[in-house]
Design a protein around this ligand. Structure first.
Ligand code: ZN
Ligand code: ZN
Ligand code: FE
Length: 768
């Protein structure tokens, strides 16, 4: 390019994920290439660039700065303003400005898995960071889980206490170095250190890794401090080791995820599509549910009676070093006591986890915020998130609806997340978990505080579930009082499920919402979960639902599928004598049968599809007592014969609010059992019937309302078979089908939907 004589100066303000992704070094290089002068600095809202020089080159710079931005950057807004030339003498990266202007805060990137260049250095004996467990650069390493506040600079992260050595300082200041302004820069002489605790002994440095490797090889359980919390690890090929972990963790059957060294090790355990391979190798490094190989070396007890196996590749240098030394797959599961959130505090870790772990692998870089592993699954070639955490959080979900008053939503009781919205963005927290325990509720509060601080948002309205007894509802009232927020919105559970998907797809128009779910309180006091809704922003109408059945024992029925079987049978015949499935205790059956024969008004009623799955799983003899939430449904899906094309008859009856009768399904299954039809075929036919039900319901709603966009959501749709079939069938009949992808369809996505409804409610002046 030929330099013109005209000098031009521009002020460029960029918002989005532009800190912690190598943006300033990138700007510096770009300025150097164009021989431009001025400065770049982080501020509370993002990055500010003051650029001056040859007019044509300044124009070129303004274009490139957004078009060629670094891989992990995500630009939300750019504002370019002219300014009078200043006659700068050079281009510099200058100190951050922390003052908040205009309220919008810079966005923190998710943690990023070790990049290829760092990985090569990690295993290069001649490199000064050879086997350094905390190697990182401007393109990789921890971000989200080390940040206390914005702007993203080392002093506001948990790296603050580690003063750079001269060598690191030099790299940090060298524009040609790929660690130029890498805030997480560290090396063996100045970075965090690793140590292991085994029995009463402590081992440091390389010895620490050896101790952990030896313990894992010996079949022991090691608690490993990872990015967003502790993991428990054990040899995934050892039946004894996995059984020991299950026993100590009181986790009888729920599948464990497995970490493998590389893709070759992954191919030995599962079969993967190219899309699944890409997901495994992505910088987010989620757990990917893949089809397990029949000859997989992983112990059967890793994921008993599952078709799938959750696999992930190493995300941090510590994991890379461990897996390279061991060269065998490791079970990698959240380091927590049952029903408690993942542990992040070191002192607490030893006290809380010592009766589960035989050894600990720890380090002195603190964890600022809790974050579990993410879980994704593929439906055909489309990824969808089952648990949205590491690698995804705290990425925002942008939707124009959130330009309204700032809202805070506290989610539901299970798979809890919180959501804070403002300026068109939703800050959805990482997975917090079930709120049964005191530590879980404390974690929810921590997540609220962290999000409010880093996003610089104070809510005008607080949203929560309609259920008055959820811990999240109680906390919503507490937090509202503390913050002096007067506006509260109680959002019906399934309304929120559908709204969550609308937020993800930025939809403002009314839609048909099909919410198939475990349980959520309805506006009539019954337990809903098989709902056909028309959702229009803050309003919804319940147009149809599964016919109610009694739920003997209320919530207790959720873990006892046989109770649901009894309830569904009781809808068919008055007497349950002689109907007891094998394996159900006789006395308990008799007790429940008696209750069902004389149902009274105090017995809860439900339209839940989750409970229908439970009933069917028990009727076919697969599962009478569930060892974890959703087990019966997972077993039924795994058993289903995918070649079955004929289902059981379904029928919608009634006028304005119709119901879907499930009695013919249950009767058909009973007949098939008598005739000796296989469990696989019955399970297959049941899935076909549910798919038919979705079709009929949607066709009827389209006829009644003219709407042709359908949202399929709720925890039941984690069932890939049902979702895939229902999507295909609806698409074939020219419905536009929306399915949650970025945000979980289970209760993990609920807070986003609550925030959507609350914001629309204020807009539509439905709430004071
Ligand atoms: Zn790197
Ligand atoms: Zn150093
Ligand atoms: Fe739900």
């Amino acid at each position: 390019m030929v330099a013109s004589k005209v000098v031009k100066r521009r002020l460029i303000a960029i918002e989005g994920v532009v800190q912690g992704v190598g943006f300033r070094p990138f700007v510096h290089r770009l300025a150097a290439a164009g021989e431009l002068r001025g400065f770049v600095r982080n501020d509370a809202a993002g990055v500010l660039i003051d650029i001056e020089g040859d007019a044509r080159r300044v124009d070129e710079f303004c274009r490139s700065v957004t078009v060629d931005a670094p891989l992990h950057a995500s630009i939300a807004r750019v504002n370019v303003a002219p300014a009078a030339p200043m006659e700068y003498d050079a281009f510099r990266i200058v100190g951050s400005e922390t003052a908040r202007a205009g309220g919008s805060a810079s966005l923190i990137p998710p943690d990023i898995a070790t990049c290829d260049q760092c990985l090569a250095e990690l295993f290069d004996p001649t490199n000064r960071r050879y086997s350094h467990p905390f190697i990182s650069c401007t393109a990789c390493g921890p971000r989200f889980t080390i940040v206390h506040d914005t702007p993203y600079d080392r002093e506001r992260t948990t790296m603050a206490g580690f003063a750079m050595c001269a060598a690191c300082q030099q790299e940090y200041e060298d524009p040609l170095n790929r660690r130029f302004h890498a805030e997480t820069i560290a090396c063996p002489s100045c970075g965090p250190t690793l140590w292991a605790v085994s029995g009463d002994a402590t081992f440091c440095g390389a010895r620490a890794l050896d101790v952990a490797v030896a313990a894992l090889r010996a079949g022991h359980i090691v608690a490993i401090k990872a990015l967003g919390g502790y993991h428990f690890a054990c040899d995934a090929t050892s039946e004894v080791a996995v059984a020991r972990l299950r026993e100590r963790k009181h986790r009888i059957a729920k599948p464990f995820a497995v970490m493998v060294r590389d893709m070759d090790a992954a191919y030995a355990l599962g079969t993967m599509s190219p899309a699944e391979t890409r997901a495994l190798e992505s910088p987010e490094r989620p757990v990917v549910l893949v089809e397990r190989r029949a000859d997989a070396s992983a112990a059967a007890s890793v994921a008993p009676s599952q078709r799938c196996l959750g696999l992930m590749l190493p995300a941090t240098p510590v994991h890379h070093l461990l897996l390279a030394a061991l060269d065998r797959p490791l079970v990698m599961t959240s380091g927590n006591r049952s029903d408690e959130p993942v542990v992040i505090d070191d002192r607490h870790a030893i006290a809380a986890l010592r009766d589960i772990a035989d050894a600990f692998l720890m380090h002195d870089r603190a964890i600022a915020v809790r974050c579990d592993d993410s879980v994704v699954q593929f439906i055909a070639s489309d990824a969808r998130t089952i648990r949205r955490s590491r690698g995804h959080a705290p990425r925002t979900i942008d939707c124009p609806v959130f330009a309204g008053p700032p809202a805070l939503a506290l989610g539901a009781e299970l798979k809890n997340t919180i959501c804070l919205t403002a300026s068109g963005r939703a800050h959805l927290s990482a997975h917090i978990g079930d709120l049964e325990s005191v530590p879980a509720r404390a974690a929810l509060r921590e997540a609220i505080e962290w999000t409010m601080r880093t996003a610089a948002i104070a809510p005008d309205v607080i949203a929560h579930d309609l259920h008055p007894d959820y811990a999240s509802t109680h906390l919503a009232h507490e937090v509202a009082r503390e913050l002096g927020v007067e506006r509260r919105v109680a959002v019906q559970h399934h309304h929120a499920h559908v709204a969550s998907c609308l937020a993800e797809y930025r939809v403002a128009e009314p839609v048909i919402g099909v919410a198939f779910d475990g349980a959520g309180l309805g506006t009539d006091g019954a337990i809903w979960g098989g709902e056909f809704l028309v959702v229009d922003g803050a309003r919804f109408s319940r147009c149809g639902h599964l016919a109610y059945v009694p739920l003997p024992g209320g919530d207790a029925a959720a873990r006892r599928p046989w109770r649901c079987a009894a309830a569904h049978l009781a809808m068919l015949e008055r007497k349950l004598d002689g109907r007891r499935p094998d394996g159900v205790p006789e006395r308990e059956w008799a007790g429940v049968a008696q209750l069902l024969e004389r149902p009274n008004d105090s017995m809860p009623r439900t339209s839940s599809v989750g409970r229908l799955f439970d009933a069917v799983a028990s009727l076919v003899g697969l599962c009478h007592i569930a060892r974890f939430e959703g087990e019966a449904a997972m077993m039924l899906e795994a058993a289903a014969d995918r070649h079955v094309t004929r289902g059981y008859p379904v029928e919608l009856s009634g006028g304005d609010q119709w119901t879907a009768d499930t009695r013919q399904i249950i009767a058909g299954i009973q007949d098939d059992r008598m005739r000796g039809r296989s469990v696989g075929e019955i399970a297959g036919a049941f899935h076909v019937a549910l798919c038919e039900l979705v079709m009929q319901g949607c066709e009827r709603l389209r006829r009644d309302t003219g709407l042709a966009t359908v949202v399929l959501t709720g925890g039941v749709f984690m069932n890939a078979l049902l979702l895939e079939r229902a999507c295909a069938a609806l698409a074939a009949r020219r419905f536009r089908v929306l399915v949650p992808r970025e945000v979980p369809c289970n209760d993990g996505g609920l807070s986003l939907g609550q925030a959507y409804v609350a914001t629309r409610a204020i807009e539509e002046e439905l709430c004071a």
